[in-house]
Design a protein around this ligand. Structure first.
Ligand code: FAD
Ligand code: NA
Length: 381
């Protein structure tokens, strides 16, 4: 093996490891089974309009971690984009997350923060959150029946393709309600979108004389170079693919939710006036519509008579689907523990990232945990 480190997966986790290793003088090979780098953060220009589209779902960067913020700024600047979301319920548009504006619009009222708090506490009194038997009771116990039914019940049912009465109370510990008019989606210190797009950022991370990126290579395809059988035990490996796949599903398949995306170019300059519109009601089959031009209002290269939208549908993943969000049932947590034990037997293989740890990680978390793995486990080798 003519490299010092093999990284399986070119998402933010894998590229952060590769960049750190390359900077410290190691020769790194990065493989990815997809035809492009970047994992799920990959984006590209839609050919007809030039509008940057996030191929695997809208990605908003945000962090409160100073070392992650310092690190990412080595590769890109960020715009001053601030994420906001709206929702269309019963033909009326409301601001999200549920805030004083949403509440006053919904109840056709002018409650003060304290009045709204009292009203919601009274409505939430129908159930006790600690004794809730399912998602319905927990949801009502947290925000009261009217808000629960309008903004959470059917949206959750669509996300999980499951009747909320059959969902465990444990999938929700809190539902966001703000008693101010603040409808900023994220609470982090820093947020923004990469000025020249995600793929330029990701390519800059990989652009190093010590990094060799090889695409269209599946670690489990023994007819290809750098496959598992040919490499494990011969070179240190950072593996960011699915942990159950690594062990050939010996302890069972971990369950994931996936998303289906339907992209369309429309002959209007502006379809919905905002980047993300949620659709919580059952009569609409998708959960949200993204309109990508609104992520970059500063770009004057975008056409004024066309726009790109993407409808998002949610469902349980089957083998072969893209795994997006861990379902995390009791059986999944059990299986994960068994896979963690098996990892101990793999010499010099380090499991990381979203798929390798069966954990939902935002980009800043994936980057932060890769920096820790580098500093704590790999740098000294
Ligand atoms: P990934 O990006 O998934 O990269 C893993 C890579 O490994 C992939 O490229 C894959 O092809 C490769 N791989 C897998 N198996 C093999 C194999 N056998 N051989 C070779 N290569 C393999 N984060 C935010 O901060 N803000 C957001 O708004 C946001 N929105 C998101 C929306 C969606 C729909 C999803 C799914 C995620 C979102 N994220 C968001 C999270 C973000 O995508 C992740 O934090 C980031 O992708 C994690 O990087 P990773 O390297 O762990 O995994
Ligand atoms: Na997102």
């Amino acid at each position: 093996m003519n490299c010092d480190l093999l990284v399986v997966g070119s998402g933010f986790f894998g590229l952060t490891i590769a960049e750190r290793a390359a900077e410290s003088g190691r020769k790194v090979t990065v493989i990815d089974r997809r035809p492009h780098i970047g994992g799920n953060a990959y984006s590209e220009a839609e050919p007809e309009t030039g509008i940057e589209v996030h191929k695997y779902g809208a990605h908003l960067f945000h962090t409160s971690n100073p070392s992650v913020w310092e690190y990412v700024n080595r590769f890109t600047t960020f715009t001053n984009y601030v994420h906001k979301v709206y929702t269309t319920h019963n033909g009326v548009v409301y601001p999200m997350p549920v805030n004083l504006g949403t509440i006053n619009q919904f109840f056709q009222a002018a409650y003060s923060p304290n009045e709204a708090r009292e009203l919601i506490a009274e409505q939430a009194g129908e159930f006790n959150a600690k004794e809730a038997k399912n998602f319905v009771e927990k949801g009502i116990a947290l925000v009261g029946r009217p808000l629960y039914e309008a903004f959470f019940r059917d949206y959750t049912a669509k996300q999980w393709q499951t009747d909320p009465a059959d969902l465990p109370a444990s999938i929700v510990s809190r539902l966001p309600v703000r008693y101010t008019y603040d409808n900023r989606y994220f609470n982090d210190t820093w947020e923004g979108l990469p000025t020249d797009g995600y793929t330029v950022w990701l390519e800059r991370m990989a652009d190093h004389p010590n990094i060799d990126v090889k695409l269209d290579i599946d670690f489990f395809d023994e007819s290809q170079p750098f496959n598992k059988r040919a490499t494990v035990g011969h070179v240190p490996i950072v593996y960011t693919g699915p942990v159950d796949r690594y062990f050939d599903y010996s302890e069972g398949e971990l369950s994931w939710r996936t998303l289906d995306f339907e992209q369309e170019v429309l002959p209007v300059g502006d379809f919905q006036g905002t980047p993300v519109m949620n659709y919580p009601d059952t009569d609409v089959p998708y959960t949200r519509i993204h309109e990508f031009r609104h992520f970059h209002p500063e770009r004057d290269s975008y056409p004024s008579d066309k726009t790109v939208i993407m409808r998002e549908f949610s469902r349980f993943a089957e083998r072969g689907d893209e795994p997006y969000y861990p379902v995390n049932t009791a059986a999944d947590r059990d299986g994960l523990l068994k896979y963690r034990e098996l990892q101990g037997g793999e010499k010099d293989v380090y499991f990381g990232g979203r798929l390798g740890t069966y954990q939902y990680l935002d980009m800043h978390m994936a980057i932060g945990s890769a920096l820790s793995m580098w500093n704590n486990k790999l740098a000294a080798q």
